[in-house]
Design a protein around this ligand. Structure first.
Ligand code: SF4
Length: 192
């Protein structure tokens, strides 16, 4: 579709609307009103109305916090500010990923490790043939909750927990995959 497909009056109206929107964003007292739709807005980090809302929330953060209708509005504002802050953190994570060291001592941590069974049948054979876990008990834990299986195994093993956990992990090593969650922002230890 080309500009020629639209009547000139329509294009002039769109042009005026665009100019008005740009002008509204540039004034000291912006007319844009934050709302639920902000979550879909790609301009949040440069929107004066959104950053002004941070100041509004900041001013109200003191006991007693507003309740009733005021509280209703306040919670909406807090949620918007909280999601805006999440967006700011996301921005920094990306920046630190692309350019480590770009914000002083902040860095991206390694993230927590977590296990998931990749071969359920292999886990079944390993644990049931080892004798500490019955077939029924294995099936009870078949929501893939590795922690539950580990607890049951350790209870039966009659050994110190650390040793039992080590044996459990060794038995499942061929059928378990270790994954890592996304890291969070952390401060690096300052050099002495
Ligand atoms: S962030 Fe600003 S420009 Fe975007 S929808 Fe919210 S108020 Fe409007």
């Amino acid at each position: 579709m080309h500009a020629k497909d639209f009547p000139p009056e329509y294009l002039i109206a769109v042009h005026r609307e665009l100019l008005a929107t740009i002008a509204a964003g540039n004034v000291a007292d912006p007319k844009a009103t934050p709302g639920w739709y902000c979550r879909y807005c790609t301009g949040r980090l440069v929107c004066p109305s959104a950053s002004m809302e941070i100041e509004l929330v900041e001013r109200k953060i003191a006991y007693p916090l507003p309740e009733g209708k005021d509280g209703e509005v306040f919670i909406d504002q807090v949620k918007r500010v909280s999601s805006l802050c999440d967006q700011i953190i996301k921005h920094y994570k990306k920046r630190l990923h692309d350019d480590p060291g770009c914000v002083g001592i902040w860095r991206i941590s390694e993230g927590d490790e977590y296990r998931s069974i990749t071969d359920l049948e292999g886990a079944f054979v390993a644990l049931v043939s080892d004798g500490h876990i019955t077939q029924d008990e294995f099936m009870e834990c078949c929501d893939g909750h590795i922690g539950k299986l580990e607890k049951k195994y350790c209870n039966r093993a009659g050994k110190p927990a650390v040793q039992a956990k080590k044996e459990f992990n060794n038995l499942l090593a061929p059928v378990v995959e270790l994954k890592r969650k996304a890291g969070s922002l952390e401060k690096a230890k300052e050099l002495l």
